[in-house]
Design a protein around this ligand. Structure first.
Ligand code: TRP
Length: 365
């Protein structure tokens, strides 16, 4: 279906506080998209029901993190006046749409979903011990997206198989029942360093279980402490040694965060990040100098976020109220789509005068 409006939808599982990997990978972009004024509607939601699909041994973790993630959203600059912030579990229509979507996907198609495949391996589910809800979460995620007629889903490349599956389901639905739903497109991060920010230890991914995260809510001292011990180039032993940029976490973070304007302003010797990199590669530039720049850059980014967070933390009931209002707005949109879906599926029996009259005639004969 040709979309009439440009609509953004994206979200996160509330399983932990958000870190700077989330920030460069998605949050920062969302705030820019919100502020661009180019979109008719923006929905950002907490996928708590999806989080339960693989946290069923610890539902309290999900419950506790709903407020943490909401605070991170608001602190990062999502504005509830312009962006609808809501919680997945509060929109029961999502279950309804997922149920119909389940008829459009085969078990083998789900088994081929690369994200499901790797997550099954990572979590050590063997054979058929995988919970049905977890196995089918790509279907529920397709419902999240289709319900709000999202045209644009900003997300990391790990979500690409999910989007592909969502598009297939939408196409199938529209083919069977007529044009009703909208095929979404993924919007990937622009900068390679932002696609997946490594942890402070240089490991491929920032993750709470690896203890290698810098959180948006970390104090300046905590951030500086983490940067000081960050992984750099293990072969760069003396300042005079030539250094390597490849796999050097400090430079990966600088690529993700620093602008040339900042480099010029916050260092005495370099006009651009490239100049600093060249010096490092030649030899003669110590890691600590690079880390000092990174600390300054991170502080410029994180300080306004920390301040906004502190403001919102003063009135937590008001934050729940923001979410409650967002859920109301989201639910109204969901009800509208579900009305269209039921009409397309012709299961709106009681509103269908033609059906009732046709059946009446049939039985009068
Ligand atoms: N699966 C996403 C994650 O792991 C969260 C999510 C759920 C989502 N539904 C979505 C993201 C819909 C984008 C669109 O973070």
């Amino acid at each position: 279906m040709e979309p009439k409006q440009k609509i953004i939808l994206t979200g996160d599982r509330p399983t932990g506080k958000l870190h700077i990997g989330h920030y460069v990978g998605s949050l920062r972009r969302r705030v820019e998209l919100q502020n661009s004024g180019l979109y008719d509607k923006i929905f950002v939601f907490e996928a708590d029901a999806q989080a339960l699909t693989d946290n069923i041994e610890n539902p309290e973790k999900v419950r506790q993190n709903v407020i943490e993630v909401a605070l991170d959203y608001l602190a990062a600059g999502l504005d509830p006046e312009r962006t609808t912030l809501f919680i997945q579990s509060q929109i029961p229509e999502l279950c309804e749409l997922s149920f119909y979507f389940m008829d459009m996907v085969s078990v083998s198609r789900l088994q081929r979903n690369p994200t499901v495949k790797t997550e099954i391996q990572m979590r050590g589910f063997s054979g058929e011990s995988i919970p049905v809800g977890f196995f089918t979460y790509p279907i529920s995620q397709a419902a999240d997206i289709a319900m709000f007629k999202a045209t644009t889903v900003p997300a990391g490349d790990d979500q690409e198989p999910m989007l592909e599956q969502a598009r297939e389901i939408v196409r199938r639905f529209n083919y069977i029942y007529g044009d009703t739903l909208v095929e979404p497109n993924i919007l990937l991060p622009e900068n390679a360093a932002c696609l997946r920010l490594p942890g402070t230890d240089g490991k491929a991914k920032m993750s709470k279980s690896l203890g290698n995260c810098i959180y948006l809510s970390d104090s300046a001292d905590e951030v500086n402490r983490k940067v000081k011990t960050m992984y750099t180039d293990p072969t760069h032993l003396q300042v005079s040694d030539p250094g390597h940029l490849e796999g050097n976490t400090v430079f990966t973070y600088l690529d993700a965060f620093a602008t040339d304007e900042q480099v010029a302003r916050l260092t005495t010797d370099y006009a651009t990040l490239q100049e600093m990199k060249d010096h490092y590669t030649r030899g003669g530039l110590g890691d600590m100098k690079c880390k000092k720049l990174l600390m300054a850059v991170l502080d410029e980014t994180l300080e306004p976020i920390r301040q906004r967070r502190a403001e919102y933390e003063k009135d937590i009931p008001a934050v729940y109220e923001i979410l409650r209002k967002g859920c109301e707005v989201a639910r109204a949109a969901a009800c509208e789509t579900m009305d269209e879906v039921r009409r397309a599926m012709k299961i709106n029996y009681f509103d269908d005068r033609a059906l009732i009259e046709e059946q009446a005639r049939r039985f009068q004969k």
